[in-house]
Design a protein around this ligand. Structure first.
Ligand code: HEM
Length: 367
């Protein structure tokens, strides 16, 4: 320990490490009634870091060329030592990220923490949610399997329903009339370089805004007054008499991360086929359309909406309207009340919306 203390003292003299630890960790106070749901943001940070690390390792052997991509993924899975582990962690991790994102969104919805002054937390978060779907979509094409090829064909095709610019947009996305080698090139660049940087910047913005507003106090189970909006001037929400982030809440974060890893590795080791369908194990063939091509589970509701509406344009418009509604929710739902049971209209609409999404997903799966 003396060596550790000497190194710590050395750093402390130079950058004020003790002061930083006091300000950001042991002296950073959170509401006494903070709950488990507030640890999902940290779980998401860990998932993103895991995706970056496993993605970088896959990049060492993956070849972004239409003739070699499928073979390189097969090599990673079957021959490269622990290649299967990296690939499964990356594929399962992407699904888990979307699942945890949904949970984080639902918890901030239910506790009303999207309301003023936290509109920017919500907006940066919502943009993250949309961009994470973009990184999943671009990653789906990279193995260049039948599933990749045809799911991308279907997804990019739906854009053609947009009036006037639709067809141009599809060709721009695909780099040609059909999905082909140029599509792989641009999706690869988006997936490994462009979108990860955008996500990192957005996470930075999300955390910056959180640091400036201060964390909300949960609307239940506490003696601290819940702060209502509107306010007339900027005020950081501090929590005098609250619990320190370190060690108290850091322990909660670690517990949630451990539970996450238990579920995550449970799927990686005991349900490795869950993220794949049989078409994922067949190389892409532009001349052979598979009988049932379905997107990933979190796009099934969107897929089903496009199927049930008489025109694709109408289906796209309904989805765009629903997304815009959710994105602008803090500006639409302006009542200061944050307790879910004291917001019956909100509760009925949000539970109805979630059930509708689940129903459409199940319908999309079996249709
Ligand atoms: C990669 C994606 C994301 C990461 C890494 C992330 C991370 C975090 C972290 C660490 C916190 C603070 C602790 C907590 O409440 O969990 C937080 C808070 C928050 N997040 Fe996210 N988040 C992400 C996506 C989202 C999404 C999709 C939304 C909603 C559309 C969202 C909305 C919020 C809100 C409103 C808060 C403020 C909570 C409060 O002060 O009570 N976040 N986020």
């Amino acid at each position: 320990m003396p060596l550790f203390k000497r190194v710590y003292d050395w750093i402390d003299v130079r950058i004020g490490a003790r002061e930083l630890v006091k300000k950001e960790l042991t002296g950073y106070l959170l509401p006494r009634n903070i709950n488990e749901w507030y640890s999902l943001g940290s779980v998401l940070l860990v998932i993103f870091a895991m995706q970056v690390v496993t993605g970088m390792l896959l990049l060492v052997y993956y070849v972004p060329d239409a003739d070699k991509a499928f073979k390189s993924v097969t090599y990673i899975m079957n021959e490269l030592p622990y290649g299967w582990l990296m690939r499964l962690c990356h594929a399962v991790g992407s699904n888990m990220m979307v699942a945890v994102l949904f949970m984080h969104m639902i918890s901030t919805l239910m506790m009303g923490s999207y309301k003023g002054p936290r509109e920017l937390n919500w907006l940066t978060g919502f943009t993250l949610f949309a961009i994470v779907q973009g990184i999943s979509l671009t990653g789906y094409l990279l193995p260049w399997s039948q599933l990749s090829f045809w799911a991308t064909t279907v997804a990019t095709n739906s854009v053609s329903a947009i009036p006037l610019i639709g067809q141009y947009l599809v060709e721009f996305l695909r780099g040609g009339k059909m999905v082909g080698p140029p599509t792989l090139g641009r999706f690869f660049a988006l997936h490994v370089a462009v979108i990860p940087v955008i996500i990192a910047l957005l996470i930075g913005a999300h955390l910056f805004v959180l640091k400036r507003t201060g964390i909300s106090s949960p609307p239940f189970g506490g003696d601290e007054p819940v702060r209502h909006w509107p306010g007339d001037s900027y005020r950081y929400q501090s929590h005098p008499g609250g619990i320190p982030f370190f060690p108290n809440f850091a322990l909660q974060d670690l517990t949630s991360i451990a539970i996450y890893f238990a579920v995550f590795f449970g799927v990686v080791f005991f349900g490795p086929d869950l993220p794949f369908t049989p078409d994922a194990f067949v190389p892409a063939d532009p001349f052979k359309t598979p009988a049932h091509i379905k997107p990933e589970w979190y796009f099934l509701a969107n897929y089903q909406i496009l199927k049930i509406f008489p025109s694709e344009l109408l289906g796209l418009t309904v989805q765009a309207a629903a997304m815009t509604f959710v994105a602008l929710l803090p500006f639409i739902d302006r009542s200061p009340e944050r307790h879910p049971l004291k917001r019956p209209l909100f509760l009925v609409c949000s539970i109805g919306g979630i059930l509708l999404w689940v129903g459409l997903t199940v319908w999309g799966h079996y249709s």
